[in-house]
Write a protein of this length. Structure first.
Length: 96
């Protein structure tokens, strides 16, 4: 019984390792979601722009753009490093 489980596990791992990766440009947009993130600095304001397009069966069914405005420098109680701005902060996205 131990050996059967071991053999099945090894075969399962081996089959997952052979899948080639696809570049984003090559993906089919018949049914897909595209999210674009862009950061623009205007004076002392940083604009974080998110644009989303959703396709289903080759047709774009939804499109939306959101903008979040922040100051260029973080508001902290301590000293602020003048070299760091909010336009250089990493953006993390969660898609559900």
């Amino acid at each position: 019984m131990k050996y059967t489980f071991l053999i099945i596990s090894v075969l399962g791992l081996a089959s997952c390792a052979n899948e080639p990766e696809q570049a984003l440009e090559q993906l089919d947009k018949k049914s897909a979601r595209e999210v674009t993130l862009k950061t623009v600095t205007q004076g002392d304001t940083v604009l974080h722009i998110t644009t989303q397009h959703i396709w289903y069966n080759g047709e774009e069914i939804a499109s939306k753009s959101d903008t979040i405005k922040t100051g260029i420098a973080p508001q902290t109680w301590g000293t602020v490093d003048t070299a760091s701005t909010l336009s250089k902060v990493p953006i993390y996205v969660t898609v559900q």
